[in-house]
Design a protein around this ligand. Structure first.
Ligand code: PEP
Ligand code: MG
Length: 754
């Protein structure tokens, strides 16, 4: 039996000859098993192919009874062959009968064969079959033999897929729908549901030539590709390009480490020595890595598999010249983009009229791409681990951003149910649209101003579609987060001007940079902190490094030439901080005035109330501000000392509690006393029941996600504020944990739409 690299090389060359002959698919397989058996000096060589329903069928055999071909079947997990398929690992056994999984198939006549070597046949990360050799004698196959069989299996995968067995292979991947609906659960990044077809953000590189014509040439190709790859990664890490693609430093650092790993390069070259082309060698080594990593119990190591996949894909692109990302315009009408991760700009590059959803294998709620998905109003799921290995371009899929589930190859029933849900959502939206130009006035005549929160240019059309009064919170940090470096003055001016232009006269409140904690800038190194939410962030950073705030203020003042400019400052903890911020802006205005720069028609400044200490300084603060806006996301987090991003704490404290609503009431009353407008711009405002509680305590202005405007307006038009306050007032003095159920009952009994 061949114990040098020559064995597989000769075998691969012969395989290529067989593949080139115009044969019937079955004849070709029969020839192949004979060839492998003789090359490997084995008495048996068999190919099992995965059929729908996870059944492995004997498709060709040299040595086993011919009658068993297309008759013998094993379920995945059943017998040695089933075990190999299920676990995607090879088995090398001196005595097959001794293995606990051994299952005797009498029709094959295999009882005379003792030693057994089997490997999975993998394609695109999925097991599509099993290749086995057997011998009569009790022998342990050498590592080189196992290697050789694995290399052969790789080539065989292409043979199966390309010579008439493609249908079978396809069925494994696409599957008859009833049999194969699979669900992957992740984390919801953006709500909503959609039905469509998978578009892989990074299309798989399909390898055309598996078998090397010249080994030295392939070795040179490996060297060239690895040098190019190393150079590319170095450039990405050194330059700022990395950020535009939103590739995190960590991932790139890991990829760089692997790209310089001698072991990896060594394995690639060994694979080429067995007769594979450079690209087939990359796939071969990656298949091994994947199989190994899938078995490790260490989640950190399993995570690294993605990095290795990334590395292999980059290498394959260098070798084949394949494009890195899906065509952004030539898409199916209902495209669901699937990716390991992606940057916000990459999502924005897609034709928006065709993208219906985004599913990421990584990516959390605060990732920038999630922010963009929400801005675009498309459902998105993150942390959908393993999904891209289960789908291909064009796979039918349903994304449910509400439950964070993706249904791959949905059954007809499921499809019907979801199509109905989509129709229902559309009709509800249509109803809210009818409310667009109707004012938000309570039954007892209290007018409530409804604004939208925004942070990107793509948010702005929602302002007009929703019929909102203006933008109550423009989160300027999003523009900074999307950029690859600090936006210069001119870039900032252009951005703010664009927003004001799009607002077409409706008011916009620009909030100065609020970075830190969960909002990070890729180009800004922040010190590691024990407690980032309570750390050096937001306005604290701005006051310590005033150049940033000055630049931003200047940009806003210039962009707001001739307009009514509104600026507010986040995370103000005391009056003195507000005064410092205000003075920075006033000072910039003075400088510009002296330079003869045209200025805004009016300038109004406000403070966000999101740090509880301000609750005891309202009498001092309110006279100094033009307006105040409650950042309830942070205020509630700090009131209850409860991390807003920690899922373990979600729901533990209710904003509809006497404490939080009592604080709101206090702010509202103080605002009235000082004659200053008070609004709220946390997420609470966009949820009808919560918004009802806020209207109850007397709040008359709110800013929210655009999709909240319709439902909240419907609530407002069906509620009587004075009745509601009379109902709520005693409850705020109760010791209840939450008054949610009481408010729900009120809404029900009074016919309030929540
Ligand atoms: C808030 O804290 O409520 C708020 C609106 O600000 P952000 O969510 O951006 O921190
Ligand atoms: Mg905040």
């Amino acid at each position: 039996m061949a114990s040098s690299a020559l064995g597989p090389r000769v075998l691969l060359r012969k395989l290529r000859e067989v593949m080139a002959e115009p044969e019937l698919a079955q004849t070709r397989l029969d020839k192949i098993v004979t060839l492998i058996a003789s090359n490997m000096v084995a008495e048996v060589c068999s190919i099992y192919v995965m059929r729908p329903g996870d059944v492995l069928e004997l498709y060709a055999s040299e040595g086993l009874n011919r009658e068993a071909v297309h008759k013998s079947q094993l379920k995945s997990g059943e017998g040695l062959v089933g075990l190999i398929a299920q676990q995607a690992i090879g088995l090398n056994l001196t005595e097959a009968f001794d293995h606990p999984s051994f299952k005797y198939l009498p029709e094959t006549g295999e009882e005379i064969y003792h030693s057994f070597l089997g490997v999975p046949i993998m394609r695109g990360g999925a097991v599509i079959g099993v290749l086995v050799v057997q011998n009569r004698t009790l022998r342990l196959y050498a590592d080189e033999e196992e290697e050789a069989l694995q290399t052969t299996a790789m080539v065989l995968a292409e043979v199966l897929a390309s010579s008439g067995f493609l249908e079978t292979a396809r069925q494994i991947i696409s599957g008859p729908t009833e049999l194969r609906t699979q669900v992957v659960k992740g984390e919801s990044l953006a709500e909503g549901v959609a039905l469509g077809y998978v578009v892989l953000h990074e299309p798989r590189v399909r390898i055309q030539n598996m078998i090397a014509e010249s080994i030295p040439l392939e070795l040179t190709r490996v060297d060239d590709a690895i040098n190019n790859l190393r150079q590319q990664v170095d450039e990405l890490l050194d330059g700022s390009e990395a950020m535009s693609a939103n590739e995190s430093m960590d991932v790139l650092e890991t990829i760089r480490m692997f790209a310089h790993d001698k072991g990896w390069l060594g394995r690639l070259k060994e694979a080429v020595q067995t007769g594979l082309t450079a690209e087939a060698a990359v796939e071969r080594v990656q298949n091994d890595n994947r199989a190994r990593m899938m078995r490790t119990p260490d989640p950190y190591l399993r995570e690294r598999m993605h990095d290795l996949d990334d590395l292999s894909n980059r290498m394959l692109r260098h070798l084949t010249g394949a494009v890195a990302t899906a065509s952004r315009t030539d898409l199916p009408d209902n495209a669901i983009v699937v990716s390991r991760n992606m940057g916000p700009a990459e999502l924005l590059d897609y034709d928006r009229s065709k993208v219906r959803g985004v599913i990421l294998e990584e990516g959390g709620k605060t990732s920038h791409v999630a922010i963009v998905a929400r801005a675009l109003g498309i459902p998105a799921i993150g942390q959908a681990t393993g999904l891209s290995n289960l789908v291909d371009d064009g796979t039918a899929i349903i994304i449910d951003g509400d439950t964070a589930e993706a249904y791959i190859r949905p059954s007809t029933e499921l499809e019907k149910a979801y199509a109905e849900k989509v129709r229902f959502n559309a009709s509800r939206q249509a109803r809210y649209k009818e409310l667009r130009d109707i004012p938000a006035i309570t039954k007892d005549g209290l007018a409530i101003t409804l604004n939208i929160n925004a942070g990107l240019a793509v948010d702005m059309p929602h302002l007009h579609e929703s019929g909102a009064a203006g933008v109550g919170l423009y989160r300027t940090e999003l523009h900074f987060m999307m950029a690859s470096r600090f936006p210069r003055l001119s870039t900032q001016i252009k951005h703010y001007r664009n927003i004001l232009d799009q607002a077409a006269g409706k008011p916009v409140v620009f909030r100065t940079l609020d970075i830190g904690a969960d909002k990070t800038l890729p180009y800004l190194r922040q010190p590691r902190e024990e407690n980032p939410a309570l750390g050096w962030r937001s306005i604290r950073m701005a006051l310590d490094r005033p150049a940033l705030l000055k630049l931003q203020a200047r940009a806003m003042l210039i962009a707001g030439t001739g307009a009514d400019l509104k600026i507010m400052f986040p995370m103000i903890a005391d009056v003195a901080e507000y005064v410092l911020c205000r003075d920075v802006v006033l000072n910039e205005q003075e400088i510009l005035r002296k330079r003869g720069q045209a200025l805004p028609k009016s300038l109004k400044m406000g403070a966000m109330i999101e740090i509880p200490s301000l609750l005891w300084q309202l009498d001092q603060l309110l006279p100094l501000v033009d307006f105040a806006s409650v950042g309830s996301n942070d205020l509630v987090q700090f009131l209850f000392a409860s991390d807003r991003g920690n899922p373990k704490l979600a729901g533990r404290y209710d904003p509809l509690s006497p404490a939080a609503l009592g604080a709101m009431r206090q702010i509202v009353v103080k605002g009235q006393q000082h004659g200053k407008s008070v609004t709220l711009c946390g997420e609470l405002g966009g949820r009808p029941l919560e918004a009802m509680g806020l209207v109850g305590v007397g709040l008359t202005a709110m800013s929210m996600v655009p999709s909240g405007i319709g439902p909240v307006k419907a609530m407002i038009r069906t509620v009587d504020q004075s009745k509601l306050w009379a109902f709520m007032e005693p409850l705020l003095n109760s010791g209840l944990h939450s008054i949610r159920s009481e408010l729900t009952s009120f809404a029900k009994s009074q016919g309030v739409e929540v």
